[in-house]
Design a protein around this ligand. Structure first.
Ligand code: FMN
Length: 295
């Protein structure tokens, strides 16, 4: 399916993009106007863009419906400061409630039932219930357009960060398994980050990897191994050598049982290698595959 963005409405563009560019972390931004009225609203057009200087950006858009601007944007024009409170699973329903279009001056902390906690370096208060709070000064507001749907980038520099000790690991750093961040996808979909869906991927940047293109033909064109398997195999620095000391009962029986049918043997070896790769045993998988290549 091909979607030409010059032929569809703003609402349709928004829907396609929000489902495709997902999940997006949720910034719950507290701001204040010159009269001291406090606002707190969620924004999923949000991310980290720089560590030095430490810059985060979120984007309150001009409303598609009537091209009006959001109170959060009006507030940071008046007082260029904000607190970004990170939204975890325990906060998600109240956070969503706060996104109602309450009239200007209505305190969304009160409406959504969150507690204000004074910030240390900026005027807007923090959300006490959030496990992570970033106190920020707004360096720049960059308009991406004047029409309904146009993002207004709030470019914010993090001055300091508050981290609840309950989410720290033994090493004193944030334990990703304890934070339970939520993220927004398309429509009403959200996701929750927890141990049931977290996984790790080894960084390939220590030494240069051989790449998928350097894999032996039989492996690269396998009908069994997936793109993820090839990615793991290609992330070695040299094609491994056959290790004469490597012994494996299942390998032996595959070789014996399928000796009269090389095609079946290759299939079984690839199935076995895939199982090993799925459990992170890359070197063992290589040994199994090299045994097949050598027969
Ligand atoms: C999880 C979530 C994420 C949202 N993300 C955005 C966003 O990135 N940009 C935006 O303009 N509105 C977003 N909204 C809608 C705003 O939160 C909503 O318009 C809010 O009322 C704005 O409040 P304000 O006028 O008090 O600033 C989001 C709503 C929710 C619930």
């Amino acid at each position: 399916m091909h979607i030409d963005f010059s032929q569809i409405s703003t609402m349709e563009k928004q829907q396609w993009l929000q489902h495709a560019i997902a999940p997006r972390p949720v910034c719950f931004a507290s701001t204040i106007d010159l009269a001291g009225n406090v606002n707190v609203s969620p924004f999923s057009f949000f991310n980290l863009f720089s560590s030095n200087p430490p810059i985060v950006i979120f984007a309150p858009s001009r409303r598609v419906r009537d091209n009006t601007t959001k109170h959060t944007l009006q507030n940071v024009w008046e007082v260029p400061e904000c607190v970004i409170n990170m939204v975890d699973y325990n906060m998600v329903q109240q956070t969503s409630l706060s996104s109602c279009e309450f009239a200007k001056g209505v305190d969304e902390f009160v409406k959504s039932g969150f507690t204000k906690e004074p910030a240390t370096m900026v005027k807007p208060p923090m959300v006490k219930e959030a496990k992570i709070k970033l106190e920020c000064k707004v360096n720049e507001i960059k308009s991406l357009g004047e029409e309904g749907g146009a993002g207004q980038l709030v470019i914010a520099e993090v001055l300091c960060m508050h981290v609840d000790e309950s989410i720290l690991g033994k090493d004193g750093k944030i334990d990703q398994r304890k934070l339970h961040l939520v993220a927004r996808l398309g429509g009403d979909w959200y996701c929750k980050v927890d141990e049931t869906n977290l996984f790790t991927v080894n960084k390939p940047n220590i030494q240069i990897a051989i790449g998928v293109d350097a894999l032996p033909e039989g492996i690269r064109h396998s009908l069994i191994l997936t793109g993820n398997h090839l990615g793991l195999l290609g992330n070695v620095h040299d094609i491994p050598e056959i290790n004469p000391a490597f012994t494996d009962d299942r390998l032996k029986s595959i070789i014996q049982y399928y000796s009269i049918s090389p095609i079946e043997m290759e299939k079984e070896l690839h199935i076995y290698a895939a199982e090993l790769l799925n459990t992170g045993k890359v070197q063992d998988a290589w040994q199994i595959l090299l045994s097949g290549e050598n027969i």
